[in-house]
Design a protein around this ligand. Structure first.
Ligand code: PEP
Ligand code: MN
Length: 347
């Protein structure tokens, strides 16, 4: 259930409604919307409690009371009609400018990471990605450099000014990842690791939440709900391909997830064409499709020598190809009224 306050409701009226909600045994979440406040009631809604709707409707400052039809509440557009903008330093994810997260799949060495970080920065990316703890399908595959990789990423941030996105695969790693990362990535394989989601919800840093390849859009939104319920509203949803019968690409890029998520949720939505295709030749066309479909940003893997990469070489773009992707995406961005990172609106 959501309580929609009148535009002119006073802070005292809003506070009185919050107290009444909590007295009734619910948790109250107030959206930070500027236009009008919406108060979401969180908790099991039994028949007796539903009758409370009448009580809230008659309170001063209340416009109306409406049921929430979806099982996720804080992630739903019903409780938060305006787009959420996630702030990462000077970067605004979900606003008029696109957010481009780029970098290597894995941090392999200082030299490799710094080279790619400088290259993606000069091509116009505004966030740096790089895996320190790698969730690999095979236990024999490269598992990441761990803490050493985090230190390398911190140096790359220092040199380029790009904020760092890196994955936490385990609640035990979270404290060390938190110390170095600006944004915590939850990988596709961990989308339903509910304890990890709750810990990340308590961490206070923005989160990129990747969709599990076998999970529905609704499951992704429920996973976001786990994070948000702990008080962290800074969640960026990432479509990264789903498993289907089609095997000409590594996964199937669910482009339709972009407009569906934008309709159902107020959270920013980005797309990762590197993992969804598994093939560098499809990364640029899919990146353009994502932006045309309304994505707020992209996550792209870049490596200076893809054949030698310790993970995901076949889907990684060399720096000149990444620069070309940025030029092509810019044309689509212009056509759909979005700006590339760092660009000021035309006067
Ligand atoms: C990654 O971003 O390197 C990664 C492992 O992605 P995903 O979780 O989407 O497979
Ligand atoms: Mn990867």
């Amino acid at each position: 259930m959501v309580i929609i306050m009148q535009r002119e409701a006073t802070p005292e009226q809003i506070q009185a409604v919050i107290e009444a909600v909590e007295e009734s045994g619910f948790r109250a979440f107030v959206n930070p919307g500027v236009e009008r406040k919406v108060i979401a009631l969180l908790g099991a809604m039994d028949a007796e409690k539903v009758s409370l709707a009448d009580r809230f409707t008659s309170m001063p400052g209340v416009e109306r009371v409406a049921p929430i039809s979806e099982p996720y509440k804080l992630a739903s557009r019903q409780t938060h009609p305006d787009d959420t903008i996630v702030k990462i330093g000077r970067v605004r994810v979900g606003g008029p400018s696109l957010t481009i997260i780029a970098g290597p799949c894995s941090v392999e060495s200082r030299e490799q990471t710094l080279e790619v970080a400088h290259a993606v920065k000069s091509a116009g990316a505004n966030l740096l990605r790089g895996g320190a703890f790698k969730p690999r399908t095979s236990p024999y595959a490269f598992q990441g450099l761990g803490r050493q990789a985090l230190e390398i990423l911190a140096q790359a941030r220092e040199e380029t000014g790009l904020a760092v996105v890196t994955e936490a695969v385990d609640p035990h790693d979270l404290p060390v990842v938190m110390r170095y990362a600006d944004v915590i990535q939850i990988g596709a394989r961990n989308m339903q690791n509910f304890r990890l989601l709750q810990r990340v919800g308590q961490c206070g840093k923005p989160v990129v939440l990747k969709r599990g390849p076998g999970c529905r859009i609704q499951d992704l939104l429920m996973a976001a709900e786990y994070i948000m319920l702990e008080g962290n509203r800074q969640v960026i949803l990432c479509e990264r391909g789903i498993t289907t019968f089609e095997d000409s690409t590594r996964y199937t890029t669910d482009i339709s997830a972009v407009p569906v998520l934008k309709r159902l949720s107020h959270l920013p939505v980005i797309l990762d064409p590197s993992h969804s295709s598994g093939d560098w030749r499809y990364v640029t066309p899919l990146a353009k499709a994502a932006v045309a479909a309304g994505a707020d940003g992209l996550m792209i893997e870049v490596h200076s020598n893809p054949p030698a990469a310790l993970s995901d070489g076949p889907q990684s773009l060399e720096p000149p190809k990444f620069a070309q992707l940025m030029r092509e995406v810019a044309k689509v961005a212009r056509a759909v009224g979005r700006r590339m990172p760092g660009r000021r609106p035309a006067q």
